[in-house]
Write a new protein. Structure first.
Length: 372
């Protein structure tokens, strides 16, 4: 994989909430660790600060209230054509039972930001987020119960392949694993002090995790072993600058041999040999941050990010901007998922929920209901 270079200045004079938004849209859990310290700690989601110019509000409102920033959504899951869930800031979980025509708020029992959600069927799902939050439901979200996490850190993404077997990617290069539906979670893998932003399995054996500085890890044995396939970071002893690979926000495992990653500055790459080589697919992609990705074996690839929603029907050889009403150019979309056989859902800024029509070539916003 071809890595680009980014630089961080001295963290004492480079607070992310003040200056990093130009180059880094303040993704959840962003942590600076330079010279062996953590002077900045964990930065909450500030994506809207960079992309919508909205003020950052640190006190969470009751669900369904507050300005646009407090409504941001980061992940979506549709286990069937009609039923779906989305999650975001301040423990917000939304649910639809009519294919996305209407959405209602579910009581999550937490006000911590939720960054990932995954449903296996219409009843069984998990949501994860800040402070090691792991929520589980067996009744379609009517009740959400907290599961015990072995870490008190940002958990970024969750993936289950069946009712028993799941993984969570998180801060400090950690991957959590359960074999009993989340009754017990253990730290299966711990890499360098980076944030793993996404995790995806195509079956119970093969999966990928990706995150900061272009780091990509791959397993062929349910996570017993995780192989480092890409990504690097080095700190200058003279200046304290960090040179690193292009940070990745999303990963999609398509098959045991094929996977996609997407990240900063329009960076997307694919492997077709199990990760031995990663090929850039950036030629027709604008230099905007890419937060969400979906790909399948039919050659469909979707990218969502800062002011864009792109689609490819030729396996990522070329991408085109899709028709979206209203346009997404002045906002951002973060999470993507399929909705049945030929339609999709995307979520993002201010609680935006877009649904696709005509095999992802046409999209319309269905939420918030007031059309903000």
């Amino acid at each position: 994989m071809n890595n680009k270079t980014v630089k961080f200045r001295d963290p004492e004079t480079f607070p992310p909430e003040a200056k990093m938004q130009k180059d880094f849209p303040s993704w959840p859990g962003r942590t600076c660790r330079l010279r062996g310290t953590r002077p900045l700690g964990i930065v909450l989601f500030l994506t809207a600060l960079a992309l919508s110019r909205a003020p950052v509000l640190w006190a969470g409102p009751p669900a369904g209230t507050g300005p646009v920033l407090q409504q941001d959504l980061f992940s979506v899951s549709f286990p069937s054509q009609t039923r779906g869930w989305a999650c975001g800031r301040w423990g917000r979980i939304l649910h639809t039972s009519d294919g996305g025509a209407t959405w209602s708020v579910q009581a999550s029992g937490t006000d911590y930001t939720l960054t990932g959600i995954s449903f296996l069927d219409d009843q069984t799902g998990w949501a994860v987020g800040d402070k090691g939050t792991i929520l589980h439901t067996l009744d379609g979200g009517q009740t959400w119960n907290r599961q015990q996490s072995p870490v008190d850190l940002y958990l970024m993404a969750v993936c289950f392949v069946d009712r028993s077997t799941g993984w969570i990617a998180g801060e400090r290069g950690q991957i959590l694993h359960t074999q009993d539906g989340g009754q017990t979670w253990t730290v299966q893998f711990e890499g360098p002090d980076i944030i793993l932003k996404g995790i995806s399995f195509c079956d119970s054996e093969h999966g990928w995790a990706a995150g900061e500085y272009g780091y990509i890890y791959h397993t062929r044995d349910k996570g017993v072993h995780w192989e480092h396939q890409a990504g690097w970071m080095r700190v200058s002893e003279e200046t304290g600058d960090v040179d690193a690979g292009t940070s990745l926000f999303a990963v999609r495992a398509v098959s045991p041999s094929t996977a996609w990653v997407a990240g900063m500055e329009g960076y997307a790459a694919v492997t077709k040999d199990g990760g031995q080589t990663w090929l850039e697919r950036t030629g027709s992609i604008p230099k905007a941050h890419l937060f969400g990705i979906w790909a399948d074996l039919r050659g469909t690839v979707l990218l969502a990010g800062s002011g864009l929603l792109l689609a490819s029907s030729d396996g990522g050889e070329t991408f085109r901007a899709v028709s979206a009403e209203p346009p997404v150019i002045y906002g951002w979309l973060y999470g993507l998922c399929p909705k049945g056989e030929d339609s999709f859902a995307a979520v993002g800024r201010g609680g935006w929920i877009y649904l696709s029509e005509e095999a992802a070539t046409s999209w319309r916003r269905v939420y918030p209901p007031d059309g903000r």
